[in-house]
Design a protein around this ligand. Structure first.
Ligand SMILES: [Zn+2]
Length: 74
């Protein structure tokens, strides 16, 4: 096994994923954030803070990352 870990792509991959998540937010099943519906609640599945709005939680949603994981059979 050659030293693939040496090419330090870890951080960049994470940034790209974050960017992608933000771009896909418009496509998401999650409710849009607004002043009366702030995205201030943690995801019930992964526990990440500020993932869901009160509407999302009332509908039993989880965050996009968890929804994706489920969708891909994880
Ligand atoms: Zn989650």
């Amino acid at each position: 096994m050659p030293g693939y870990w040496d090419d330090c792509n870890d951080y960049r991959d994470e940034d790209e994923q974050n960017d992608r998540n933000m771009m896909f937010a418009g496509d998401s099943a999650l409710r849009a954030e607004s002043s009366t519906n702030p995205r201030n609640l943690p995801c019930p599945t992964c526990g990440e803070p500020h993932r869901l709005t009160p509407n999302d939680q009332a509908l039993g949603y989880q965050c996009d990352s968890c929804a994706d994981r489920e969708e891909f059979g994880g």
